[in-house]
Design a protein. Sequence first.
Length: 131
Amino acid sequence: MKTDADVKNLSEVLEFIDSFLESVNCSPKAQMQIDTSVEEIFVNIASYAYPEGKGTADIDIYLTNNNTVCIELTDSGKPFNPLANADPDTSLTASERKIGGLGIFMVKKMMDKVEYVRHDNCNKLYLYKKI
């Protein structure tokens, strides 16, 4: 699905994801982890990918041969690899930690695999979860 990269479209994105997950009998736990991860990434795209104005996000979801769901999130915003930064030090208190990075850290913990590529002037983030 293609949608404007705007947080007001988050419920539409999650409905699209959930409709597919229900059609493949995804467990409630995996669905919650996928929804939380997609929400984090979509909100980041909507908030940061297009600093000069509005843009779009493409979301695709499919089942691989080994019963793994792949969610592909694509934007044509400024180049940004969310996996390039080091994970936050969770042993520090919230006030001691640098701001940022906790959301993608959470996504990496909930998903089985997360990959980023920059291709054709687009950011592509792939989220994988075995169901």
